[in-house]
Design a protein around this ligand. Structure first.
Ligand SMILES: *Cc1c(COP(=O)(O)O)cnc(C)c1O
Length: 497
């Protein structure tokens, strides 16, 4: 199986695509062909563990990895770091849907599903292509990705991970999660600035030839762990197959029956992985793209016009979905265009120059045959959390609630009774203050820090606060570096001295 660039560059192997991250023409790597899972293959997944399912799926997408390599990588990724044997359990929510819980890993959010495996795929890919230098991962984070990357790369031989976060732009719990990270190959640096400053600084370092030379002289090569890397996308395909196998095991569906997935969406990586599962033979009905008030994707899927030229950016209580440019959408466009790299390069150039593009009628019809979309505002999110807990006894976080509310709207407006799965992307305790406020009102959070809110949430809902949160205030601080936004490159060099 070969990988193509969405902008037309020459095809490469999956391991090379993972090693490079971005294609040399600025495009994203996508599979040139998709494996074909038959009904018998789906049935074979039913009795398997998550790790075995992961091997069954990944081996078909990553044929240039040896069986032993892939099995060892999977065992390393989905082992003791997860708090339940199922890894990605499917649980019933009331009578209307299931939730696919992707937050049982070390950092309590779905980023772990990919970032626990990516470091292994990256070091294996390096070996295959004779890369002997240490792979140096640079990340700018607005909160969740940084900790997930640090945990994923923690003490993985041949790698080093450096995370920049905006000094006053992350929550108290998010900051503590990062600055208490152990290991001998992790660095965490606060930037005097906001998330855009941190992101711009990291991009500048990536295009700084002097910096690359200095790293090379130190025996290091820069790489990225963000969601444009195919190595982050491919682990996410697995859990859609796993959810389907669990529905079969439960007798909720028969093999071949379609299932809808409703996905809380930001960068479009999670939902695209479901589309890739469908292309590989999983019977997926409709993919429902759920957004918060930053609803550029809702408009795009409904009209075919992607327009951020006059759009305000809202800071919401589902911050991991606060995004205006969804980078993985480029992979969907490529697919809808019939793999027309030139057309995609044009659309992306329009987006850059005019902050807007429009797809043609044929692409729009094709997209709408697979996708539906909806969004919900802040009050709607809080109401859904309260309703779900009261009616279904299911406690959900602010991102999952977006999907849950959008799914209800979708079913009400379409009458589509296809079995549906809500993709649940974070533990309610990761956003404990907002969840507590949704259930108990604003009085209940007044004067409380994140940790007091989580304790109150636990008492009120009779659910267990995860150890990762409860123990945070007592862990030693290991990273205290701070830098100016125009001195980030020097800060990296100082950190690795
Ligand atoms: C990253 C994230 C999302 C959005 O996922 P995308 O792949 O970027 O669309 C949703 N919820 C949570 C909790 C996240 O961390």
């Amino acid at each position: 199986m070969q990988m193509l660039s969405t902008r037309g560059a020459a095809a490469v192997s999956p391991s090379m695509a993972i090693l490079r991250g971005l294609a040399p023409d600025g495009g994203l790597y996508v599979p040139a062909q998709f494996p074909a899972f038959a009904e018998a293959d789906l049935l074979a997944l039913v009795p398997m563990s998550y790790q075995e399912r992961a091997y069954a799926v990944l081996s078909r997408f990553l044929p240039d990895f040896e069986e032993a390599e892939l099995r060892a990588a999977i065992a390393g990724a989905y082992g003791t770091g997860f708090d339940c044997e199922a890894v990605a359990p499917l649980v019933r929510v009331g009578s209307r849907a299931h939730a696919l819980e992707l937050w049982h890993g070390p950092t309590l959010a779905f980023k772990d599903m990919a970032l626990q495996l990516l470091p292994h795929l990256l070091t294996l890919s390096g070996k295959k292509h004779g890369e002997t230098r240490e792979v140096f991962i640079l990340v700018a984070t607005s909160g969740d990705t940084g900790k997930a990357a640090l945990e994923g790369f923690l003490d993985v031989p041949g790698t080093r991970c450096c995370v920049f976060y905006p000094k006053d732009g992350v929550s108290q719990a998010q900051r503590l999660q990062m600055v208490t990270t152990g290991g001998s190959n992790t660095h965490v640096i606060a930037v005097e600035g906001n998330f855009d400053d941190a992101q711009t600084g990291v991009k500048r370092i990536f295009s700084d030839a002097d910096f690359a030379r200095e790293m090379d002289a130190q025996g290091r090569v820069l790489s990225s762990a963000n969601s444009i890397n195919f190595g982050r996308l491919v682990p996410q395909i697995v859990y859609y197959f796993s959810a389907y196998a669990d529905l079969l095991r439960e007798g909720a569906i028969a093999v071949g029956d379609a299932v809808n997935f409703c996905v809380p969406t930001g960068n479009f990586g999670d939902i695209l992985a479901a589309d890739y599962a469908r292309k590989a033979g999983l019977p997926v009905g409709r993919l429902i793209c759920a957004s918060n008030e930053n609803n550029v994707l809702t408009d795009f899927i409904r009209t075919g016009v992607y327009d951020i030229s006059s759009r305000a950016f809202y800071k919401t209580i589902s911050p991991s979905m606060d995004i205006l440019i969804s980078s993985n959408l480029e992979r969907l466009l490529f697919d809808l265009s019939g793999c027309d790299g030139e057309r995609i390069a044009e659309l992306m150039a329009q987006l850059k120059a005019q902050c807007r593009y429009e797809i043609d009628g044929e692409m729009l019809r094709l997209m709408q045959s697979r996708y539906a979309a909806g969004f919900v505002d802040e009050d709607g999110i809080r109401a859904e959390i309260a309703r779900s807990f009261a009616e279904d006894g299911y406690l959900m976080d602010t991102h999952t609630a977006v999907a849950s509310a959008v799914l209800r709207d979708y079913v009400a407006s379409t009458g589509d009774t296809t079995p549906a799965v809500i993709v649940s992307t974070a533990s309610p305790y990761k956003f404990g203050a907002s969840v507590l406020e949704a259930i108990a009102g604003s009085e209940a959070v007044r004067g409380k820090d994140d940790f007091a809110c989580c304790e109150a949430l636990s008492a009120l809902t009779d659910t267990k606060e995860p150890d990762q949160i409860a123990k945070l205030p007592s862990l030693p601080i290991r990273h205290s570096a701070v830098c100016q936004k125009d001195a980030m490159a020097q800060a990296v060099l100082d950190a690795v001295k």
